[in-house]
Design a protein around this ligand. Structure first.
Ligand SMILES: C[S@@+](CC[C@H](N)C(=O)[O-])C[C@H]1O[C@@H](n2cnc3c(N)ncnc32)[C@H](O)[C@@H]1O
Length: 285
């Protein structure tokens, strides 16, 4: 199978317009957070964040396949002693644009060290918002199953009568559980809290996410040969993982130094990783 990594140097506001509609299976991205890291790659004023992002999410809606998913890694910053509401406002505006806000995963940064400010503690989690175009989308839940874990030892050793029948959710959600179903199972489904360490060893980009993060979503939402897009490519974590997992990918990065770095890394790795299976295209704008 020939796998392609398409690297684009430019502003995603413009470059996304050149991508074919309904062509992408998964978007995983971490845009610049409001006003943070202004010196390294620019920041957007929190009050203007929603207006800045909406034209981009409009394009993402256009390029995503009807069966695809969009994972947005974002966190609201603190302004004048309280959390700014731009993430909440963005979700509401994106719903008006036509997106479904399907799920919210929490990325728990499990290697956070303790700390406090006068009125708060160390931030050790970020949002991973999942948006879709349709209620039915591709999802391969078995690919992210985890070892059953210690909870089962106590919980399953002494089952009551009720644990052996399906217990319907009282909230009327249609969900139900039969605890005894988990007897003798090695693997279980994960929760929507992802415990992953931050990337501490990437000296080349101040905000690279760990490879385990795009990897988890690529497994869950795509198959080999599918197309993965990161419109805020940074150090290229999404692209690197997509290549390793035999997915086609498109990465857009506005800053030349990051773009060049990814270009070099992908070029040097592609040969020995995949021999002749990876083709490589660069669009210098
Ligand atoms: C939070 S970082 C992404 C880090 C990335 N997830 C990684 O693992 O390396 C955001 C990146 O978006 C880039 N960027 C900011 N505005 C952009 C735009 N309009 N178009 C494309 N890239 C942009 C920044 O230069 C920065 O490298």
């Amino acid at each position: 199978m020939a796998i392609e990594a398409r690297l684009i140097h430019g502003d995603c506001t413009e470059e996304l317009k050149k991508i074919e509609e309904n062509s992408i299976d998964l978007i995983v991205t971490s845009p610049p957070y409001a006003d943070q890291r202004k010196n390294s790659y620019g920041g957007i004023n929190p009050d203007r964040y929603v207006d800045w992002f909406l034209p981009i999410s409009e394009e993402l809606l256009r390029v995503l396949k009807p069966t695809g998913s969009f994972i947005l890694n974002i966190k609201e910053k603190v302004v004048n002693g309280e959390r700014h509401t731009y993430v909440i406002e963005l979700i509401l505006e994106m719903r008006k644009q036509g997106w479904l806000w399907t799920e919210e995963f929490i990325w728990h940064k499990k290697n956070s060290y303790p700390g406090k400010w006068p009125n708060r503690f160390r931030d050790s989690w970020e949002r991973l918002l999942q948006f879709n175009k349709n209620k039915k989308f591709k999802m391969f839940q078995e690919t992210v199953m985890v070892p059953r874990g210690d909870w089962a030892k106590n919980r399953l050793s002494n089952l009551s009568e009720k644990d052996r029948i399906r217990d319907e959710s009282k909230a009327g959600s249609g969900f139900g559980k039969n605890v005894s179903n988990w007897l003798n199972r090695e693997k279980v489904y994960p929760t929507n809290v992802l415990h992953m360490a931050t990337q501490c060893n990437n000296k080349n980009h101040s905000a690279a996410f760990p490879e385990s993060l795009p990897e988890w979503f690529i497994k869950l939402f795509t198959k080999e040969g599918d197309w993965v897009l990161d419109p805020f490519m940074g150090a290229g974590t999404t692209i690197k993982v997509a290549q390793r997992m035999m997915r086609n990918s498109i990465g857009i990065e506005i800053q030349e130094k990051y773009f060049k770095m990814v270009e070099k890394n992908i070029k040097s790795k592609q040969f020995h990783l995949f021999e002749k299976t990876v083709t490589y295209a660069v669009n210098q704008t």
